[in-house]
Design a binder for this molecule. Structure first.
Ligand code: MN
Ligand code: MN
Length: 462
């Protein structure tokens, strides 16, 4: 028989379309609120609390049906619904990442040049640097003072807020300096500095030479109580100031910053929050950080945090009857969706895809057996047995799904967190949505897919 997958919009009733459009509004709201990993975690906790989840520290033991969260340094969140089976039988993980490509402020960012106050940045993750010039940027993050107090900063999201921007070179004068540069260097890393002020201070002090910079620092002190040295212990990020918006006359697409990978984070959080019964298998929704820079660090998936919270889960569900063997067995018996995005076919650049194997927007959940680069290096390559199990599961639940690849064999490639889950023996496959313009300030997703991957995660949790 011939294998055929169709565009998901085709078979929908007006009511189903309405459900999809309404669901997408909630997602757009989440994207507008949660523009950093910290804010994704805060927002997910707020949503979880509304649904009766509590911090795991408040429970001595855990019973089937209990709903708890683990918070790792405000950058990872683990939501758990305890199942009726012994945890030794394994758990169902949906793992997505909440960090997105962006510009971080350097530790000593402020300087003055030609009567402008400027701030230096260091880009985070794989970006096309030129895409970030001449556009409004918002600043989000925290400044931690020497006494431990945290100052939250969000500037550029309200209509009345100022924004920041990287001033690009005008085309009239770019002939020698910029026009012949390679795409990766149209804007160089050290040129990604933002305009931060332009009015000189009126202070009469001969020691203060940089009056515009001084004025900006004074304003920061007035508004936030911070001094220049405090930037050293800060995490401040510049992200596109724009809000998520519908794209196209028919409003079938959402254009936004951060679909990668908040499209999977939001839908998997919603799916676990909407579990309305005690599942047989423990359900786990895990939001991780640092995926875009290789999953290193204490909040990336290469850390031992997964073992840390699984140990506590095993211990609390088995009333202290814990052994490393039980935890390893639990992990080896588990299965996971490494929920991350895939490169959908772009009508302008079809040549980088093998069209027969590429994913398409509007065709539902993308199951990607392997990612990696040339010759499948650095990838989890999902077992055929596991894929067969998922085919049966999703077909049985009437979920639209498709296969995907990250471009033609020799075209390039990339990785996800899948291999770091698979290290534990967790049966793992990449499963998420197809995007256009991935890693750009305006990524594109299909509303059909946003809702369909939510349904897929619900089916996966059982
Ligand atoms: Mn991703
Ligand atoms: Mn990415």
């Amino acid at each position: 028989m011939l294998y055929k997958r169709e565009n998901g919009w085709k078979a929908l009733s007006a009511e189903q379309k309405e459900v999809i459009f309404t669901f997408s509004e909630g997602y757009k709201q989440y994207l507008n609120t949660a523009k950093t990993e910290r804010k994704c975690v805060t927002e997910a906790i707020r949503m979880a609390e509304e649904k009766g989840f509590v911090a795991v520290e408040s429970k001595e033991t855990l019973e089937a049906g209990d709903k708890v969260w683990f918070n790792n340094r405000d950058k990872n969140l683990v939501l758990v619904v305890v199942g009726s089976d012994d945890i030794e039988q394994g758990a169902n993980f949906v793992v997505s990442h909440v960090d997105s490509p962006r510009l971080d402020l350097k530790q000593q960012p402020v300087y003055e040049d030609t009567e402008f106050a400027m701030m230096k940045t260091h880009y985070y993750g794989g970006i096309k640097k030129y895409q970030w010039a001449s556009r409004p940027l918002a600043m989000h993050g925290v400044v931690v003072l020497k006494d431990g107090r945290k100052v939250d900063i969000t500037i550029g999201e309200k209509d009345s807020d100022p924004v920041f921007t990287i001033p690009d070179l005008l085309p009239h004068l770019d002939q020698h300096v910029q026009r012949e540069r390679k795409a990766s260097e149209v804007l160089k890393g050290e040129e990604m500095n933002i305009l931060a002020g332009s009015i000189p201070s009126t202070i009469k002090d001969d020691d203060i030479k940089e009056l515009v910079k001084y004025n900006v620092l004074q304003k920061l002190h007035e508004d936030y109580g911070i001094i220049e040295e405090d930037f050293i212990s800060a995490e401040l990020q510049l992200v596109p100031a724009a809000k998520a918006q519908d794209v196209g006359f028919d409003r079938g697409l959402v254009g936004a910053y951060g679909h990668d990978d908040r499209i999977c984070a939001y839908t998997s959080v919603k799916a676990i929050l909407d579990i309305d019964h005690t599942p047989k298998t423990t359900a786990i929704c895990f939001l991780v950080d640092k995926e875009e820079t290789g999953s290193a660090g204490g909040t990336g998936l290469q850390s031992r945090y997964l073992e840390f919270f699984m140990e506590e889960l095993v211990e609390k569900t088995r009333r202290g009857d814990y052994s490393p063997r039980v935890m390893r067995k639990c992990l080896w018996n588990s299965r996971a969706l490494s929920s991350d995005v895939n490169a959908g076919i772009n009508p302008l650049f079809k040549s980088v895809h093998d069209e027969q194997n590429a994913s398409r927007l509007g065709h539902g959940l993308v199951l990607t057996k392997y990612t990696g680069t040339r010759g499948k290096s650095m990838t989890n390559d999902a077992d055929a047995e596991y894929i067969a199990e998922l085919r049966a599961l999703f077909d049985g639940a009437d979920i639209k799904w498709q296969t995907g690849m990250l471009g033609k064999v020799d075209e390039g490639g990339g990785g996800t967190v899948a291999m770091f889950l698979a290290h534990y023996g967790i049966r793992t496959i990449d499963a998420g949505a197809a995007l256009l313009s991935m890693h750009s300030p305006m990524e594109i997703a299909s509303k059909f897919d946003i809702h369909e991957i939510y349904r897929a995660y619900q089916a996966f949790y059982g």
